[in-house]
Design a binder for this molecule. Structure first.
Ligand code: AMP
Ligand code: ZN
Length: 109
């Protein structure tokens, strides 16, 4: 089972900030911004290349909840969303996730 599936199953401790039937969000273990949260669909697929119709509602739910997750985390003036999709993008965990970063002025990339 992948590491994020273990977190979803409650088999691995995490600093959870939000959960419902379709998604979970928790603090990144190695934050790259003042606030760095991972928003994760509760269905295993690797990335956008691996996405099928049945995954769409889970990914949509991520985007529906992100504004509230950001607000509750104290993010006020915008945030950055990143999906590292595949090897050349540096995807390390093979379960789709959205990086939600903010809480400070981020460098333009
Ligand atoms: P990516 O390169 O997009 O696959 O990013 C994977 C992210 O997952 C990295 O930012 C890691 O710091 C983060 N990460 C890995 N394991 C954990 C964990 N157990 N809890 C929270 N974040 C994690
Ligand atoms: Zn998984």
């Amino acid at each position: 089972m992948c590491i994020f599936c273990k977190i979803i199953q409650g088999e691995m401790p995490t600093k959870k900030v939000f959960e419902n039937d379709k998604i979970i969000a928790f603090h990144d273990i190695n934050p790259q911004a003042k606030v760095h949260i991972l928003v994760v669909p509760k269905i295993h697929f690797i990335n956008v290349d691996d996405m099928r119709q049945e995954h769409v509602e889970y990914l949509t739910e991520c985007f529906v909840q992100i504004p509230q997750i950001a607000k509750r985390a104290g993010i006020k003036n915008g945030y950055r969303l990143i999906i590292n999709n595949g090897e050349d993008a540096g995807q390390l965990v093979q379960h789709l996730h959205i990086h939600l970063m903010g809480g400070e002025q981020l460098k333009i990339c």
